[in-house]
Each structure stands twice: as structure tokens, then as C-alpha cells.
Write a protein that binds this ligand. Structure first.
Ligand code: C5P
Length: 406
């Protein structure tokens, strides 16, 4: 069988949710891409779909029993070792909770615990379950260990409500598996510098001017880049989000825009890609009071001066050779593509990731449009970690073209 997954062993783990019926289509898509597909159904999955359907499609018996009498060895060890990629679809809240906690009380979770290969989770659940802190923590732990997420996406749910919790379409999941199979370490040797979070501009020793920014988008980009083999440095302003999941990321903490500018400038020569995800304060107080300003008078006038535009400075500095690749962000309230294009040329960068102000500050999901001079790709609401991969995919195309130029 030819196709992008030709000869690859893919293990499909089906959890117990209504979306399990779509996993039949997913199995077919994976087979169509050339993969050899093995299936595990959890007990709950068997209430929604039958093993016979998968067996008929894949030509291999669908597995369920940890202690399979038809098998003499340890089935979970064998299945985990054989798979080059594992896809969990639908990944229910329960299945991910067990996997995140190392519970191995059925064939699906015992196999996941033995896995050495890449694991892709396609979550599907009610939005309240998806947003629950327990699920958030479990998903973060799985991602920290290198798992990939596809979806969930927004849309009508089995309950009749609309929200984030719908499993991504099988065709999209299969495409991500193909991408993962071919591009897992596609940033090996690439040096990526990411800025994240806000900057705080001191007014006096206890007060500051700052922007709303959790830093999560920048950190997601850093995590994604390091998992794809890049050498990653994050220069971050004051953030409360966990600094990063990966030990190997170099972290540089700064407070103000001027400090951020200095730390970025010190590293720009040694970077292949710079992603300016930080929400840099545009102005800073002209004079920083050395003592706490007392609340005496009814009106207080602060004189502000403009901060340097770090990204525009990099754009001007790199000049015509277009190295490093420069990625900017834009938070707007309308006409995303129009403003992003003007920002592209004004700041001399290659790509601008634009999002609407009402999306994306503190949350784990975002909706963005990736704008280049020629293209504008809208990515509907999905986890920041997944958007991070799409941003890196786009940045990589500039890297390839600037490499080929010389
Ligand atoms: O002009 P605006 O602030 O909308 O541009 C946002 C982009 O420019 C972001 O990538 C941000 O990190 C960067 N920026 C910067 N220095 C500033 C302001 C914004 O690098 N002083």
C-alpha cells in the first residue's frame, strides 16, 4: 500500500464516547494513507461501536482484553512496541485522566503506559468536562510528556449544546498523524527565540503600567518548538503561568520593555527564528519615582514616553537577507488581515499572527489568522498548543526559503 503512512504501524485507541462512530472513518483514513492499523477498544467504547467493524476494515482483530487468551505474550507490551504512532480517538476525560496518572487498569491504558512512540489525543467530551481544572491538569501533564493534541473543536454536541468539546473531524486527525509521522523532528538544529508575557513599566517601587497577557501562547510555541527538535530560548515578562514544560528551554526573566529589548538584542544574532509573542507595553513612565507615590492630590499626571518597538527594530536590523525569520503578533478589534498586513510591512517581519481582542488572553484556546504577504490562514478555535504547531509550520516555510537563498 502506498501513501504517506506506507508501512507505518498505527495503533488506534478508541475511548467510550459518541464520537467513537467517527473513529471508524478515522481507521479508514489511516488505512487509505497506507498505514497498518491495530485497534484497541475500551469497555466503554464497545457500548458505542463494535470490534467487528474495525476488524472488517483493518483485517486485524480489535483488541479489548488485557489478558487476551488468544495471545501468549504480553499484549500491551507487544502493541506498544509495534506502534510507530498511537492515536487516541475519541480521547475521553476518563481515558486521559487515567493515562495522565499512569493508571493501567485495562488494555488501552496499560498499552499507553508502555508506549515509546508519539501519542496523539483527539479529545471529545462535554465542554464543562473539557474546561474542568482536573481535565486541564491532566491534558497539561500529557502534553508535558510529549503528547500531541488534535482538537477538540467548537460545534454542536450530542447534548444539543454548542461548545468546545467536539472531536476533530477524522480527516483532520489523519492529516495530523501524517504530519507527525513526517515532521516530528523537523526543527532539529534550528535556534528559536520566543518572547512571552507582558512587560511591566515601573511608576514607582510598587506600581507599574502593564498589558494583559498570560504568556501562554508564547510558552506553547516554545514547547512545540523544543518538541520538534529546536534549541529554544524564552525571554519572558512577569507571568504566573508555569514557565515551561521543558527543562531544556533556556528562560530569561525580564520586567520592562527596555530589559526585554536588551535580552533579545543579545540573542538575535544567534537565532534562526524570533517569535515576538510578548505584549510589550507601548509607553513607560518618563521618570520612575524612587519612593512610593503618596495618594495626596485628586489628580495625578504621569508623563509617558514611547518604548522602542522591539520587533520593528529587529526588522530594520536584519535587512535584506531575511534572517532570522521574524514572527509578530497582533491583537485587534476588527479587520484582522488589513491591520496585520500593514504591521507586516511597517515592522519588516515575515508573518503576523492576528487575533481578536476578545479571544486569547488568559485562556487555553485561541482563534487566530496567520497572515503573510501572500496568504491569510484562519485557524478556528483550538488549544494554544495546537496553534503553536501551525505557527511553526508557517515559520518553517520561511526558514526553508531563506536557507535556500543562502
Ligand atoms: O504594534 P503592536 O503592539 O500591535 O504590535 C504587536 C507586535 O509587535 C507583537 O509581536 C509585539 O511583541 C511587538 N512589539 C514589540 N515592541 C513594542 C510593541 C510591540 O516588539 N514596543
Amino acid at each position: 500500500m502506498s501513501g504517506p503512512l506506507a508501512g507505518r504501524e498505527v495503533l488506534l485507541v478508541v475511548g467510550g464516547g459518541i464520537a467513537a462512530y467517527k473513529s471508524v472513518t478515522l481507521a479508514r483514513e489511516l488505512l487509505r494513507a497506507g498505514a497498518k492499523v491495530e485497534t484497541i477498544l475500551t469497555d466503554a467504547a464497545q457500548k458505542f461501536v463494535g470490534g467487528v467493524t474495525f476488524a472488517g476494515l483493518t483485517g486485524r482483530a480489535a483488541r479489548n482484553e488485557l489478558w487476551d487468551a488468544s495471545y501468549s505474550g504480553e499484549l500491551h507490551v507487544e502493541l506498544a512496541s509495534r506502534a510507530s504512532i498511537i492515536v487516541v480517538a475519541p480521547a475521553t476525560a476518563d481515558l486521559m485522566a487515567r493515562a495522565a496518572n499512569g493508571i493501567a487498569n485495562d488494555l488501552a491504558t496499560a498499552t499507553l503506559l508502555c508506549a515509546k512512540s508519539s501519542i496523539v489525543y483527539a479529545p471529545a467530551m462535554h465542554p464543562r468536562m473539557w474546561e474542568h481544572p482536573a481535565t486541564r491538569e491532566n491534558v497539561a501533564r500529557l502534553v508535558a510528556r510529549g503528547a500531541r493534541l488534535v482538537g477538540p473543536v467548537i460545534g454542536p454536541l450530542a447534548s444539543g449544546e454548542v461548545g468546545v468539546g467536539r472531536m476533530e473531524e477524522p480527516e483532520v486527525i489523519a492529516r495530523r498523524v501524517v504530519e507527525l509521522a513526517s515532521s516530528a523532528r523537523d526543527l532539529e538544529g534550528v535556534r528559536v527565540l520566543v518572547t512571552a508575557g507582558p512587560t511591566h513599566e515601573a511608576i514607582d517601587p510598587v506600581r507599574f503600567i502593564g498589558n494583559r497577557s498570560s504568556g501562554k501562547m508564547g510558552l506553547a510555541i516554545a514547547d512545540a518548538a523544543v518538541e520538534r527538535g529546536a534549541t529554544v530560548t524564552v525571554v519572558h515578562g512577569p507571568i504566573t503561568a508555569r514557565a515551561s514544560h521543558h527543562e531544556s528551554i533556556t528562560r530569561v526573566a525580564v520586567r520592562s520593555a527596555l530589559e526585554m529589548q536588551a535580552e533579545v538584542a543579545a540573542r538575535s544574532e544567534d537565532s534562526d527564528v524570533i517569535v515576538m509573542a510578548a505584549a510589550v507595553a507601548d509607553y513607560r513612565p518618563d521618570v520612575v519615582a524612587t519612593h512610593k507615590i503618596k495618594k495626596g492630590q485628586d489628580r495625578l499626571v504621569l508623563e509617558l514616553v514611547k518604548n522602542p518597538d522591539i520587533l520593528a527594530g529587529l526588522g530594520a536590523w536584519r535587512g535584506a537577507n531575511k534572517r532570522p525569520v521574524l514572527v509578530g503578533f497582533a491583537v485587534e478589534t476588527g479587520d484582522l488581515v488589513g491591520y496585520a498586513r500593514s504591521k507586516l510591512s511597517r515592522k519588516g517581519c515575515d508573518m503576523v499572527v492576528a487575533n481578536l481582542a476578545e479571544h486569547g488572553f488568559e485562556g487555553d484556546d485561541n482563534t487566530v489568522t496567520i497572515v503573510t504577504r501572500e496568504t491569510a490562514e484562519e485557524i478556528s478555535r483550538r488549544p494554544k498548543r495546537e496553534i503553536a504547531d501551525r505557527i511553526l509550520d508557517a515559520a518553517r516555510t520561511f526558514l526553508d526559503s531563506s536557507q535556500s537563498r543562502g
